[in-house]
Design a protein around this ligand. Sequence first.
Ligand SMILES: [Cu+2]
Length: 194
Amino acid sequence: MTGLRVNGRHLLAGGALVAALAGVSTVGVAAATGGFTTGTGPAAYVAPGGACNVPQSLPGPVVGVTVTDMGRWMGSGTGMMGGTMRIVLDRSTVPAGKVSLRVVNAGSIVHELVVLPLPAGQQVGERRIASDGKVDEAGSAGEASRSCGAGAGDGIDPGTASWVTLTLPAGTYELVCNLPGHYAAGMYAELTVA
Ligand SMILES: [Cu+2]
């Protein structure tokens, strides 16, 4: 890991991306980060920081988020949009106030994480999906969508991480990936702020 960090985040991100695209060495990347978990196959791969130097200490309680997709393992004929994509949280409740989200992209394509208040009486996954395959982000509390960086960006590359610190009032939130088609494919998760 020391050697990887010396090489810098840009080289790391590129290397992880090349590895993902080539379909090889992904396990090697995971093993190098110490985040490889055994037992249930590639989907179980969770790298704590991806191939990024995530700040060791983020403000407030930290919610570990893993975004995944099965595109790499389901074959090209399955169709990525119809495949399984998920947002998995390591905790479902945090106290109100300052909270940090650390988002690792363990999938094979670009993802993002947007925090949306969940309207009363609505369940996660029930948002209306527009013709562009996205949901309305009005009222967003913030997002983590920058490869190896904090806050908003142009997406989290596979094998990398993004993070963000928000001050959230009590309530129920829906964390979504709003890349076209991803919400419909299952990229939503509920977070309760108590
Ligand atoms: Cu996504």
